[in-house]
Design a binder for this molecule. Sequence first.
Ligand code: SF4
Ligand code: MG
Length: 337
Amino acid sequence: QETLLKVEDLKVSFHTYAGEVQAVRGVSFDVKAGEVLAIIGESGCGKSVTSRAIMSLVKTPQGEIKKGSKIIYEGKNVLEMSKKEQRAFRGGECSMIFQDALVSLNPTMKIGKQIVENIVQHRQISRKEARQEAVKLLEAVGIPNPDKRIDQYPFEFSGGMRQRAMIAIAIACDPKILIADEPTTALDVTIQAQIMELIKSLKEKLNTAVILITHDFGVVAGSANKVAVMYAGQVVESGSREEIFYNPQHPYTLALLGSVPKLEWKNKQLLQTIKGTPPDLISPPKGCAFAKRCNYCMNVCLEEMPEITDFEDDHHTRCWLHHEEVPASVKKMFQDD
Ligand code: SF4
Ligand code: MG
């Protein structure tokens, strides 16, 4: 499969009264058709800002995507597209589902009409045809009696059904990329699993690339092909799901997975709590952002930011422990832990 979307050195800041918050600090990743990339991290790590940047939803003038950032789709930098092209990309090529369907659905508009609006905005078909499409879409996302449901309002749907309806809207224009930002957080566990199953089966049917934003390793375990772990605006570790789960190398990832027994990952909902707090991104530390909370912190970690190094072909980490000049004794200490 070819790479569909490539994010390169993305930097996003927010200008606040207190100063410039460097929310995303040089993030790179790519995703292929039919692949699920999970971006995982605590709240405030920059994962949602990253997804909003892809969708050109970072609000100016407070939000600023820094020069040199690239979001390449089909050879074009989305960030350099005209507003019109960006709108066509968003919704047409790339669409997003959010945590809370109640917030993103229009409460005063019938579900069917919301789907129809989205279809006619991006495709050259009549409203009548769009309505037929909408019924099919509701059926495809597992909503019973779609020809009746289509004329109901969001409040007449249960939480899980609303999430399904939002997914129907998101896939209405056959997007190549689907971004799901905490798509199941607001739902109970059984419904969560059903929604993740739905996203997976749609991905297989439509060969969509999925970017899954989550703080939940359980969600990642069941669905991701690749994982990027974010901390303080950076990707600190990335790799195949197997590598991240069974061979984690960054102390932050280790701490997150920490005391969660491997067999329980699928059921565990929340990340481990780690002592301390993430650094202030108005004046981020010059060294490793995780240093203050890291059990393995060395002098170099406080002085210089570690570069990303390749641990394996499909496994990269941003940590001095994996630097070639780190003494073997230190590495050994880490590996024995
Ligand atoms: Fe810990 Fe140093 Fe690695 Fe940062 S670079 S995670 S402080 S060992
Ligand atoms: Mg978020």
